[in-house]
Design a protein around this ligand. Structure first.
Ligand SMILES: [Zn+2]
Length: 198
């Protein structure tokens, strides 16, 4: 019951506030979708843990490789989201916000997308950890990515199949909200229910 109330709060926060502070829950991510005329914008926010398995700056060669692979993956939104083909949507460039990835960007993302890390929330609030003890010095970082597409027939765009669950096996739940000309929808998706319709 608490969960339901919580989700409503997120939906309203998304619609009313651009940079609403979202809870940082390992294994879960948020996707905001807006459709305005032919322009589709999707903003994904997830703990870096979901995408990388760690949330600090990459240190070892393996971690650096993972961070580089993630950045490259995010630049291919067609591998993350399947939009209804009839809508004829074409993705544009991805914008990535992540202080941790930014530190190791190594030229993979153009500077114009290197937004300042947003003023970070207090690392001691908005946390839920299922499996491990919370340590005082523990820090958490989020990944935020903006995907944009232009759709020639937005009127026949009725949903998106989320492929993030295959790409990021640590992702167990996605909270999605949509706002478009016909109204707003909110949904909760997982690997067994990866389609978000509106
Ligand atoms: Zn975390």
């Amino acid at each position: 019951m608490r969960k339901t109330v919580f989700l409503c709060g997120i939906a309203f926060a998304f619609i009313g506030v651009v940079h609403a502070a979202l809870p940082h829950v390992h294994g879960e991510a948020h996707l905001e979708i807006t459709l305005e005329d032919k322009r589709l914008v999707m903003t994904l926010e997830a703990p870096l843990e979901v995408a990388l398995g760690f949330e600090r700056a990459p240190d070892t060669a393996e971690e650096k490789q993972k961070a580089a692979a993630l950045t490259e993956q995010l630049r291919h939104p067609e591998q993350l989201f399947a939009l209804d083909p009839a809508a004829q949507c074409v993705f544009a460039e991805t914008g990535i916000e992540s202080p941790v990835l930014a530190a190791k960007r190594a030229g993979h993302v153009h500077e114009e997308h290197a937004h300042e890390a947003r003023a970070h929330r207090n690392p001691h609030e908005d946390h839920e950890h299922a499996g491990h003890a919370h340590q005082a010095e523990e820090t958490h970082h989020d990944l935020r990515a903006h995907f944009q597409a232009t759709c020639q027939k937005p009127e026949v765009l009725h949903g998106v199949d989320i492929m993030l669950f295959k790409v990021f096996p640590r992702l167990s739940r996605l909270h999605a909200v949509f706002a478009g000309p016909k109204g707003q929808r909110a949904g909760e998706l997982d690997a067994r229910h990866p389609r978000f319709s509106w």
